[in-house]
Design a protein around this ligand. Sequence first.
Ligand code: GDP
Ligand code: MG
Length: 741
Amino acid sequence: MNIRIALTGNPNCGKTTLFNALTGSNQFVGNWPGVTVEKKEGKMKKYDGISVVDLPGIYSLSPYTPEEVVARNFLIGERPDVILNIVDGTSLERNLYLTTQLMEIGIPVVIAINMMDIVRKNGDKIDIETLEKKIGCRVVEISALKGTGIDEAAEAAIAAAQKKKSVPTHSFSGAVEHALAHIEEAAIHDMPADQQRWFAVKIFERDEKALEQLGLSQEIISHIETDIKAAEAELDDDSESIIANERYMYITGITTQCYKKKNLSRQSLSDKIDKIVTNRFLAFPIFVFVMMMVYVLSIGTVGDWTVVFMNEGLFGSFKDLDPGFFGYSLFSNWMSVPELLDKVLLSADGTPVIAEWLYSLIQDGVVGGVGAVLGFVPQIFVLFLLLSILEDIGYMSRVAFIMDRLFRKFGLSGKSFIPMLIASGCGVPGIMASRTIEQERDRRITVMTTGFIPCSAKMPVVGMIAAALFGGSPLIATSAYFLGIGAVVISGIILKKTKLFAGKPAPFVMELPAYHAPLPSNIWRATWERGWSFVKRAGTVIFAASVIIWILNSLSFSGGLHYITGDEKSILNVIGEVIAVIFAPLGFGSWQAAVATILGLVAKEEIVGVFGSLSSMAGVDETNYSFIASVIFGGSKLSAYSFLIFNLLCAPCFAAMGAIRREMNSAKWTVGAIGYMCAFAYAVSLIVYQFGAFFTTLHFTVGTAAAVIVLAFMLFMLLRKNRYSRNKRRKKQMKKSTGEK
Ligand code: GDP
Ligand code: MG
């Protein structure tokens, strides 16, 4: 027995949850549309020879979006044995629109009405028998989340696949059916009978892809065209709308009979929460507050003791711990990683048993660099745990909805925010998620700006700066997050006013799923996926980069390349000083900061690695953090914050640049995107640093003048009239006034 079951349904109806339940696999469950663009196939757990395909979520089979193309090509091209149509029971009407189309393909369909736990909790009832009769296929009630009814659904699908029969019960109005009969007769009579109907309807809709696929002769097309025109004339609408309207009328007829709402006026708890959470005035303050709490808990509270524990204890020396530290008495006798290594690497008189340089490479280069990055693992995990909870309970989809309102004001849609949500884990999948945006211009803006959102690799940098100069304040992390969002919004406004990007946003249809209690397995999966990749990078990329840093900082140019002995400057130091000239106007002109910024392109957390290695190699007695604060940033909070801004906003890491390159599919656009990010970062850092310096010292310098000019230019770009939208409005007004005459 070899059966392929295709899971098909609207975005967010629970396909992936069901897929995971049926196959025991671990695909990412997201609470917003567009998470699954590619299809995924898996073997069913309890049955042999049966595979399940998770298709992207779609509202219809018209190939307008990438998701629709993937789903349609699979269904029409590969013809799975059975379609398991997942229908969100809480919005039956919208979901069944797709069902009517699936019924026409000629593949057996079984409907699984999902989210029954919510339907039942709301006290609503669905009359399954009537629905089955009306729509013409098996219907099973399930809850993919709770795992109820899924075996029954799977068995129904297998049974339907073996019967190989499906009978669409729906018929269109007389005029349409007449045309459809003619089309079948004229164009596709030699096709298998059960596939004819779908193609007939598509031809009637003048679906370009279908026509192209069929390659009909000009003669047949013009013959068919008369039939379509006749139906259009009779029903006074274009053929595509006729089909869509009749589908809706048909569904409304069914749902009024089958769906019994307990109480029409009763508001569910979700609705009540949404009234507050998505309130026009409260939504944004609540969002800021929620994010701040996330950072207070992860970077603040957890950071407070783990940063000290990890950096001063585990990778420094537990003896250096502040006696006031939580758990001091417990840990003060522990041995740290460097101390343990010393036990092995040092002989009794304190000299290394291996070559001096190798000892330094291990202790300063690797332990110093990798250790500094690993020190942030607890914070990263807690941060992602919290973000995953917010996602899973359904809050993050509200944020996309709130952002839609904000983004729409300047011409982007909330759909652009979804890649940004994903990018808070890692920019690479975030940038890839921009694929779901139909308008090329909006997709490009999204690709260009998604990297502004602080990803997991940037959080250690934020945490480090906060710990070294701001007493670990969680406000730094919160400000970093909203700096990212602010950069997206400002860029959106500026770019949308240019000719390259002008244009209206696409409608953003987003059904808000009901809130539900967080599911530990979902949360753990999402947290682990993001957190573990952070740890893995520390062991690979960061390890390699630390070795390179150590080499370059151990050799000098003088008298050939040799291991530094005296007070010579290292190669890294010399190169760093040259690059530092570029950053001096931004307030961080030290060579260490320059080197870190460049190495940040390898991976952003390498900035922390560089500082770790360099302070370890400098042989300072003080902790890393006081070295960073006093030597690298000269004790200036303003310099450190400017450094943070620049590194958060400038070009992303190489992996993300690669993703930009793939999504833009053009060298010119890739260079443009990265150039834009760097220029934007430079401008913002310059403004912040120079104005900050001016207000603290009251000295007007060349730098201040430059900042004034840059600020003026940005304000101009931001506030100037949008020529492109004004033109449109004027046209509309002209139409109106001529119409009135
Ligand atoms: P997909 O877009 O169709 O793949 O949908 P997902 O499987 O990613 O699910 C979307 C959201 O709906 C997730 O937050 C799921 O946890 C939730 N969900 C899925 N099935 C159910 C269900 O039966 N009941 C409830 N209450 N929530 C569900
Ligand atoms: Mg999915």
